[in-house]
Design a protein. Structure first.
Length: 46
């Protein structure tokens, strides 16, 4: 029978929370915001 190499990495709660947020696992977006800038092309070339 072939053996399987298994690797387990222990992480702390902050790292777990960061990974959950990065991969959208067990989290819900409750707020978003838009960052805007003035579009100078809208006002013409001067």
């Amino acid at each position: 029978m072939k053996s399987i190499d298994t690797k387990i990495v222990l992480i702390d709660g902050k790292r777990l929370a960061d990974l959950m947020i990065d991969y959208n696992v067990g989290v819900t977006t409750i707020l978003t915001y838009q960052l805007k800038r003035v579009d100078s092309n809208y006002f013409g070339n001067g």
